[in-house]
Design a binder for this molecule. Structure first.
Ligand code: PEP
Length: 253
């Protein structure tokens, strides 16, 4: 059974104290994670150790970094290596979020390098893909997303690609309050899975979790997550609110 994941992306929000209070609030609420379900908290770098300590021993709960650098170590002032994350016990890294692609010019090729270094250090990438509004309006979103997958992932071996979690995030739905309809989400998730099947075979494609991201909230999570190819969500705004995110965790199938 595929992993079903509720992943919180805090982005560049919250002070340390606010982050602590948010995690305390979430873990104090009743939520049940079945064996195939996970909650993941992608927190800013300075809060990783705090989040690791607070969530230690909680079953099926993981901390993620929001980014990493593509090199092992060295003179890259201001960057954070995968080995550093590994030394903190972090297991997931979000890669290629659309904000990083847009504001920090992360290319498909750079992301391929980041994917490689993550896998070398046994870190699991949550690889984001998704099209901007103009591409959706031109109805060329399939080609656009297929290229992102091809250029950043298709050099991987079948064993390696199974370590990847994919997050489909249509850019026009991120932080805008506009959600893709559950049909639109399912359509793209099924397309991504068919592409993976074409490259790696159906069994491998069926084993890869594909999360939806874009204005997921408590009110729409059940419907979106119930789609057969949607395996949970990557959540921004609603992940900053205790009750919202707990409800999103509880909406996993
Ligand atoms: C995100 O940060 O990846 C995201 C999908 O944000 P939001 O849920 O606020 O749209």
């Amino acid at each position: 059974m595929r992993k079903q994941i509720a992943a919180a992306n805090w982005k560049m929000n919250l002070t340390l104290q606010q982050g602590e209070a948010l995690l305390d609030g979430i873990i104090s609420k009743p939520h049940s994670l079945k064996e195939n379900q996970q909650a993941v908290f992608a927190v800013p770098f300075p809060y990783l150790a705090m989040a690791q300590a607070k969530l230690a021993g909680k079953q099926n709960v993981f901390v993620a970094a929001q980014n990493c650098y593509s090199k092992k170590s060295g003179a890259y002032t201001g960057e954070v290596s995968v080995e550093m994350l590994q030394s903190l016990g972090i297991q997931y890294v979000v890669l290629g979020h659309s904000e990083r692609r847009e504001y920090f010019h992360e290319s498909n090729q750079l992301l391929a390098d980041k994917v490689n270094i993550c896998l070398e250090f046994k870190m699991l990438p949550i690889f984001c893909c998704g099209e901007p509004l103009a591409i959706r309006e031109a109805n060329t979103q399939n080609e656009y997303v297929a290229k992102q997958l091809e250029e950043s992932l298709y050099h991987l071996s079948p064993d390696q690609v199974q370590q990847i979690v994919i997050a489909y995030e249509p850019i026009w739905a991120i932080g805008t309050g506009k959600t893709a309809s559950s049909d639109q989400a399912q359509e793209m998730h099924a397309f991504i899975r068919s592409q993976l099947a074409g490259k790696y075979g159906v069994a491998i494609a069926d084993s890869i979790s594909i999360l939806y991201g874009g204005s997921v909230k408590a009110a729409n999570a059940v419907e979106i997550f119930s789609q057969p190819d949607v395996d949970g969500g990557l959540v921004g705004g609603a992940a900053l609110l205790v009750d919202e995110f707990v409800a999103i965790i509880n909406a996993l199938k």
